[in-house]
Design a protein around this ligand. Structure first.
Ligand code: 13P
Ligand code: SF4
Length: 334
């Protein structure tokens, strides 16, 4: 049984999450009170449900969230996001208690890269600098030279001397995009995000035909065929900023639909159309991100579980490539 599964079982046995919440509780107010009482910072990713975004102290992309986690002086970091994000927070600020409302909130990219297989892959490509997307486990970070996010991936790859060979993991779509933009040849790990690979090019072109003035804005985790037709490509923060600044007033948003909440708040007179998935399910909702709910958030803050910890053997090795990323980002004002 994995360490994480043991932790999930412990939390469940204690019954915290089985106790029905008093339906008369005003959860927003209760969460605000708990934040003050326990000196908590609530960090949320843009893909969280609207109500969680509304009660968060900071909402951001993976880079912004890591930077906030590193510098906060709160006693407890509650992470409304997925497991690799909470692990990153713990690595960067190890003295803080880091809580994740649902330990099962994983990531298909992180899952696509098992450490043993990655070790063997590295051995097949000796003398390569390893750059890993932050969407990976602490085990993979410990096997990495520099971490990157969607905001800084081009700068991170460009920071590696031209004569050096590079392994890029685990997102092959982001890797291919970076190769195209930088002209660098890289060996790519074969991983994808289950949300960003599901968008339908055909349906998107139909929407564009019905709304010819709409701009297509896409996250670089999308497949090349989608990125080829995009008017703008960027991280979640990059996409949000673009919609604020663009003179256009209609956008087809090709990323997880949670980001649209902040886009609508920032530009109430603009229209945001979530890009359609291949089938009729709500597949552009990340099922991992959406495991977090306001109720779980409240329980997690009240009982201070489940806590995310990092095995001691990984702490130093997994922190090193994160620090390197933050150094390079700071040099570029990111
Ligand atoms: P960013 O918010 O850093 O662009 O990452 C998107 C994502 O898929 C996070 O899991
Ligand atoms: Fe992982 Fe994709 Fe979900 Fe982000 S949206 S957490 S990359 S599965």
């Amino acid at each position: 049984m994995s360490v994480e599964q043991t932790k999930i079982d412990e939390v469940m046995q204690k019954g915290f999450f089985d106790t029905p919440i008093d339906p008369t509780l005003a959860l927003f107010k209760e969460i605000e009170n708990l934040k003050k009482e326990k000196n908590v910072i609530l960090l949320a990713h843009y893909y969280q449900n609207d109500d969680i975004q509304d009660v968060a102290d900071y909402i951001g992309d993976s880079l912004g969230l890591a930077q906030q986690a590193e510098t906060t002086d709160a006693d407890i970091i509650v992470f409304a996001g997925v497991h690799f994000m909470a692990e990153t927070a713990k690595l960067l600020n190890p003295k803080k208690k880091v809580l994740l409302p649902d330990l099962k909130a994983g990531c298909s990219l992180a899952d696509s890269c098992p450490p043993d297989e990655f070790k063997a892959f590295k051995e097949k490509h000796p003398d390569h600098v390893v750059i890993s997307y932050i969407n990976c486990t602490a085990e993979i970070k410990a096997l990495t030279d520099i971490i990157c996010t969607s905001t800084n991936s081009l700068k991170i790859v460009e920071s590696v001397p031209k004569e050096k060979k590079i392994i890029f993991a685990p997102d092959k779509n982001l890797g291919a995009y970076v190769m195209k933009k930088t002209g660098r040849d890289m060996v790519l790990w074969d991983g994808t995000c289950m949300v960003h690979e599901i968008f339908s090019l055909e349906k998107m072109l139909e929407i564009k035909e019905q709304n010819p003035s709409a701009e297509i804005i896409a996250h670089p985790e999308c497949e090349a065929a989608i990125l080829d037709i995009a008017d703008f490509i960027g991280s979640t923060t990059g996409l949000l900023n673009y919609t604020k600044e663009s003179p256009k007033d209609i956008f087809i948003v090709v990323t997880e639909a949670g980001i649209i909440h902040q886009m609508e708040l920032a530009s109430p007179n603009k229209t945001f159309i979530p890009a359609p998935p291949e089938n009729t399910c709500a597949c552009n909702d990340c099922p991992h991100m959406k495991l977090n709910t306001l109720e779980k958030l409240y329980l997690c803050m009240k009982y201070e579980v489940p806590e995310v910890t990092i095995p001691e053997r990984l702490q130093e090795a997994a922190l090193k490539p994160l620090r390197k990323m933050l150094e390079i980002s700071a040099k570029h004002g990111l």
